[in-house]
Design a binder for this molecule. Structure first.
Ligand SMILES: Nc1ncnc2c1ncn2[C@@H]1O[C@H](COP(=O)(O)OP(=O)(O)OP(=O)(O)O)[C@@H](O)[C@H]1O
Length: 257
């Protein structure tokens, strides 16, 4: 399909993301006296350090695409995902997205003291479902997550779950809704092989229903199986963007060096 017939869902235009780290200059510069002087003289805190995590990234993602984000540790993948989700501001440039992109991360917030089934209800309500929709979807989400495979865990607090079980439940909640743009951070890699196959199938379904999926993963197999396009980030810059097989080949020869 030609570019002008495709519908863009996310546009990044020379986007920069800069983290500000406060209190990073040691105790000396954080004494009450220096803080007081800074307030009186209205000068910038000397103990703020900046980490320039994304250094001018541009791409266009289209409806129906699944895009894998790859790169070595600290290359900026999670940061870029969070910026696309609108959870981090861009310091320069811009990121435009259609609808509200949903970030499905391993760290998505669920209430550890509440049982899994209550978290399913709250998560679905937070995604904008009506109480009737929640009621209809709840059992399906619990079944998909497989947390009840070894007993009735859905009624136990989430703190009793293994990390894989919580990740599976998070994935199942987020995947229950049709998203314009679904952002997945490592979630697929956390489950066991059986769950991974099931979630990969669900990602394919979500794509067919016309959304765009971004997947951050260190598992090249997950990226290969799920995404036909890959973006390789290194030190906050795009090193390659294209068909998954080509980008992975370049990336592999880079990491083998
Ligand atoms: N909250 C933060 N405050 C300051 N710097 C941060 C913060 N989070 C990430 N960074 C920095 O931003 C850069 C990119 O980090 P990011 O987590 O996006 O990388 P990543 O590619 O997802 O890494 P990984 O593969 O290890 O998960 C790194 O240099 C990291 O140290």
């Amino acid at each position: 399909m030609a570019d002008n017939e495709r519908i863009p869902t996310v546009i990044a235009d020379d986007a920069h993301v800069i983290y500000k780290v406060y209190g990073s200059a040691g105790n000396q510069q954080q004494s009450p006296l220096t803080s007081f002087k800074r307030i009186v003289t209205r000068t910038k805190a000397a103990n703020v350090r900046e980490v320039h995590a994304i250094k001018g990234v541009s791409f266009v993602a289209y409806r129906g695409e699944a895009i894998g984000l790859i790169g070595t540790n600290g290359s900026g993948k999670s940061t870029l995902l969070r910026a696309v989700a609108g959870l981090l501001p861009v310091a320069r440039g811009a990121i435009y997205a259609s609808g509200q992109p949903s970030l499905l991360g391993v760290n998505a917030v669920l209430m550890n003291d509440l049982p899994g089934d209550r978290n399913v209800e709250l998560g679905c309500l937070a995604m904008g479902m009506t109480p009737a929709e929640v009621k209809e979807k709840k059992q399906g989400i619990i079944d998909f997550s497989g947390i009840n495979d070894r007993g009735d865990f859905a009624s136990l607090p989430m703190r009793t779950y293994s990390s894989g079980m919580s990740a599976r439940l998070r994935f199942s909640i987020a995947a229950a809704k049709q998203h314009d743009v679904l952002l997945i951070d490592e979630a697929l890699a956390t489950g066991d092989a059986k769950f991974r196959r099931r979630s990969e199938a669900r990602v394919r379904e979500l794509r067919q229903q016309a959304g765009t999926v971004f997947l951050v993963s260190h598992s090249e197999q997950s990226i290969r199986d799920t995404c036909e396009r890959a973006i390789w980030l290194e030190s906050g810059l795009i090193r390659a963007d294209g068909p998954t097989a080509d980008v992975l080949k370049e990336y592999e020869s880079f990491v083998r060096k």
